[in-house]
Write a protein of this length. Structure first.
Length: 272
């Protein structure tokens, strides 16, 4: 996003040479949240009353994605690499926020029809959506929504524990965190069946943020960045000189890892 001359936030796209282009929108402000390999961009605009989910084509054309029947705001947050499936959130007629998925034609599917509040964390190449929903007692439960419509509750997050799904690979392996007794979180990997494995760490308060095609995981452990190999071996990713902590948030197919280093201010970091 970038501010225009009036100070309003606008969705923009940067070309490889750094050239910036404002994306057409339908409101007083807009934001872009995700881009596909095909150049499609998912985001939203705000008209002063409600937010509207938007999809920008590679040529700049913009299309508004429908909300839930009788509902209000909608947001598009994630998009598959081929640009055919989008995930986000939309409000129902009563104002409750549901997790939703749109197909290539823009048709919307309610992923949480029972009204559980939640957040979308990721979407895989085949359209599998991951996220977390909040139970009536306030506990967060990690879930996976398969393209077929099946909902999988990821193990290790049943009440009274706490869990969040944060990243997904092409083969539907999910990573995130589980705090089984409210004593600190474990960086966690769930297999296709939803069975959890705690990643090796010498401390609680560890988190797995992202996983690449080969199964290498990026996250944080003991206040610094961490990278786990598929066999569980953990590599420490140090903060920048003079900084106190770091967290690895993204990892690509070659294992290049990016994140943040913290001190008096935040700095972006790439670990090679």
């Amino acid at each position: 996003m970038a501010e225009d001359v009036q100070g309003a936030q606008r969705a923009v796209r940067w070309a490889a040479d750094g050239t910036v282009t404002r994306l057409a929108d339908t409101g007083a402000s807009s934001s872009a949240s995700a881009i596909s390999d095909t150049g499609r961009i998912a985001g939203a605009s705000y008209d002063g009353v409600a937010s509207h989910a938007l999809l920008w084509e590679r040529d700049g054309r913009v299309r508004e994605l429908p909300g839930l029947p009788g509902g209000g705001s909608a947001f598009a947050d994630k998009i598959t690499p081929d640009g055919r499936t989008i995930a986000g959130a939309a409000a129902d007629a009563a104002g409750h926020t549901h997790l939703v998925r749109w197909d290539e034609r823009g048709r919307i599917t309610d992923l949480t029809p029972d009204g559980e509040y939640g957040t979308v964390a990721g979407i895989s190449r085949d359209g599998t959506v991951i996220g977390s929903t909040t139970l009536p007692g306030g506990n967060s439960v990690a879930r996976r929504w398969d393209p077929s419509g099946r909902v999988v509750t990821l193990g290790g997050t049943e009440a009274p524990s706490f869990g969040q799904a944060m990243g997904i690979s092409d083969n539907a392996t999910v990573v995130g965190l589980v705090d089984p007794d409210f004593g600190g979180s474990y960086a966690t990997r769930w297999d296709r069946s939803g069975r959890p494995t705690y990643l090796p760490s010498d401390t609680r308060n560890a988190t797995a943020h992202a996983i690449n095609r080969s199964g290498t995981i990026a996250g944080q452990a003991k206040g610094v960045g961490a990278k786990w190999a598929p066999d569980g071996t953990r590599t420490r990713l140090d903060p920048l000189p003079g900084r106190t902590s770091a967290s690895a948030l993204l990892i690509n197919t070659r294992g290049l890892t990016a994140g943040m280093s913290y001190g008096d201010i935040w700095r972006g970091v790439i670990w090679r």
